[in-house]
Design a protein around this ligand. Sequence first.
Ligand code: ACM
Length: 529
Amino acid sequence: MRVPRRTLAALLVLAAAPAAVSCTAAHGDDARPGDEPPAALAPYERLLPAPVSARAQGPGYAFGPGTVIRTGLTQDEEVRRVGELLAEQLRGPSGLPLPVVGGADGDGIRLRLDEGAEGAGEEGYRLESGPGGVTLTARTPAGLFHAGQTLRQLLPVSGPGTVPGGTVTDAPRFAYRGAMVDVARHFFTVEQVKRYVDQLAQYKVNTLHLHLTDDQGWRIAIDSWPKLARTGGAGQVGGGPGGYWTKEQYRELVAYAGERYVDVVPEIDMPGHVNAAQSAYAELNCDGKAREPYTGIKVGFSSLCVGEERTYEFIDQVLGELAELTPGKYLHIGGDEANSTPAADYAAFMDRAQAVVAKHGKTVVAWHQLATARPAKGAVLQYWGHDRTPAAEKAAVAAAAKAGNPVILSPADRLYLDMKYEKATKPGLAWTGYVPVKRAYSWDPGSYLNGVPESAVLGVEAPLWTETIAARGDWELMAYPRVLGLAELGWSPAGALGWDGYRRRLAAQGPRLDAQDIAYYRAPDVPWS
Ligand code: ACM
C-alpha cells in the first residue's frame, strides 16, 4: 500500500517525531565529551572528497605577488575560462592579483590539457606541486576545473600561503553526483540557487536537479502555456507570493552552472503533483474545472487527465520548450506518488511521456516508481526508498537495473536533506526518522540495493525538499554538512570511505564553510575546531 508520505510526514511531525533512527554500528570512533581532539590533518589528508591518491613530498610552492595562472599553449578558450574562474576563486582568499596568462612554461599555476593523460577519464586530473609551481593536468577542461578546486583546499582559508609539495591523482567513482532543489514548495531566486552551485562545485558535485513544478507552484515560464508560471507560480506552501523564473533567468542559471561543470536536470513532475498546472488551466482537468491553488503539504491528490489527447499536447509543448532551454542530456519527468492515477493509466501515461522526451532528443530520468510501469530503454531511475520500503518495490528497481536502466541512489533516510538531524532540528520533516550526519554518510552506493550492482549505479543525489524550508539559513543548515558526505560518496573510491577519516576531513572544512558564510549544523560527533 502506498502511503501519501507527506501526509504521514505531517502527522509524524505533529506527534513530535518518531524515535530517532538508531545507528547501532560501533560508536568507538565517535567524538565524545572529554575525548582528546584528534590530531590536525595535514593538507593532503584533509581533501574532501578524498582523492584516489595524494602524497606529500618535498618543498612546496609559495603563492606570492608574482604568482600567475598559465593556461597553456593551445589557446583553448575553455581552458582560459577555467583559469579565469580559478583566479577569481583564489583572489578573494589570497588577496593576490593572480593574472591569467597564456603559455605553459615558467613559475606559477599551470593548466595543461593533455588528451593522453592516463587514467584521468572525463573528469579526473593530476596535481603536482613543487618549488617552481603547481601543475594541473587533465584530459578535459572539467578535469582542470576539479583540479583547481583541489588546489583551493591545499591553500589556507585566507592569506597567500604555500601549496605543500606533493602529488594528487584523482578521478570520480561515479559519473553522476547530484543535488536537487525543490523550488516549487517554496520559491527561491536564481541568485540563491547560483550560490548553491558555487558551494557544490567546489566539492566536485556535477549535477543540479531542479524540481520546478508541484502541486503548490509552477516555477518556469512556458511560452505556449503562459498561465502555468503567471497563475500557477503565484503561490507556495503557507500562502506566500511564490514566483517563477523567466526563460532568460533559467538560461542564465544553466550557463552559470555549466561554467562550473554542473549540468542542470530540470524536472516537470507528472502525472501527479500537478495541482498548480490544473489551477492555471481548466482544460488539464478531466472535469474541465480549474482547481483551487494549494498551499498545504499533502501529496498524491492530483493527476493529469490520462485519457485526454490535450494532455499529451501539453506535455509535448512543455517538454519541448524545456528541452530547447536545456543543453544537458536529461529531462526528469517525476512519476512519483501518482496515487490518484490508476496503475494501468499510470503505465500508459508514462509510456507516452517517455516517448515525448525521446522525441525531443533527451534521456528520461524518473523517480523509481517508473520501474513498476515500463521504463524505456536507457531511462534512468532515481531511487528514493528507505530501509522500510517494501521488498517488491526494491525488486522492481533491481529488475529494471538488470534490464539495463541506470539507477541514481537518493535513499530518503540517508540523502534527503530535508530530514531533521535530530529532535531539536527546527526545520525539516522526520518521516524516515532522523538522519544524523554519520547516517547520511555511512553506506556504500555500490552495494546498497540488492540486485543493483555498482555497474548499474549512475551515481548519487541529495534532494532538498522545501515544504518547511523558506529561507537561505534553513536551506544551508539542512544541506550542510550532509551534502559534503554526498559529494564524497559520489566521488571517492570505496576504499577511501570511512566515518572516522571522514569526520576529521569534514571538521577541517569548518573554517572554509565559515569563510563562505555557510550556516551549517555542528554535528556533535564531528571534531570541529
Ligand atoms: C519523492 O520524495 N516523492 C520523490
